[in-house]
Design a protein around this ligand. Sequence first.
Ligand code: GLP
Length: 261
Amino acid sequence: MHVVVTSDVDAYAADLLVGKWDSIRVLGLATGSTPVNVYGRLIQRYYDGTISFRSKRTFNLDEYLGLAPNHPQSYRATMVRELMQYVDLPDDRFHVPPGISDDYDAACTAYEDDIRAAGGVDLWVLGVGVDGHIAFNEVGSAGASRTRVVGLAASTVAANAKYFDDPDEMPTQAITAGVATIMDAREVLLLAKGDAKANAIAKAVCGDETADTPASWLQGHGNCTFVLDRAAAAGIISLVGADATEASGATGRVHSLEMLG
Ligand code: GLP
């Protein structure tokens, strides 16, 4: 696992994506507030002609159960609002798990099949919850978990209800790519900002690989980078020291710790 600490997570992540754009055929995406400005930067790079989405395919991590695709708070509608409406990704190349289905088990299997048929995800952009959840893989999610229907933790419901006009409309279940689905991606880029994430990040990076902190499963991924601002990295920094430039073997399975400006 590589850890980069930077004052500008958005710029770092967007530059990294644009830098390897031609090698990304299939891009994994996340919702949540963290990647929104990265998407904004990608839109700018699309407008200035640097990148195109025309030949890309995207897979989102998750969707609220019971929300129609056009519900404003569905993750599909959110992605359209934050990215897809501005770029040239063909509709049939934009994948989000279905919030409504006659057969959720079949829908979960189909989502895994679609990812496989696309050749797998080249790079998956992730955020992280304050308790260390990734996608909607809540605390307790096994490393072998696949796309499935899950119940949301009370803390997740509380954190996300603010996006709904009526907080009671906030679903308590979701359909999510599993930990193993994410681990299959050839590269993972996890973004975190702010001190509310510091504890989860410290446990994910420096603690045991455990279902208690689902993001910790990423320690077992061979090509995973955590891009953090100083606040989100505070727990790691207190363990390895603020001047560390190379913390190989110092903490868990961290292979490099880069402290940028
Ligand atoms: C939700 C999403 C996650 C996201 C998390 C954190 O639970 N399912 O994919 O990482 O929120 O969101 P934020 O980036 O707003 O802190």
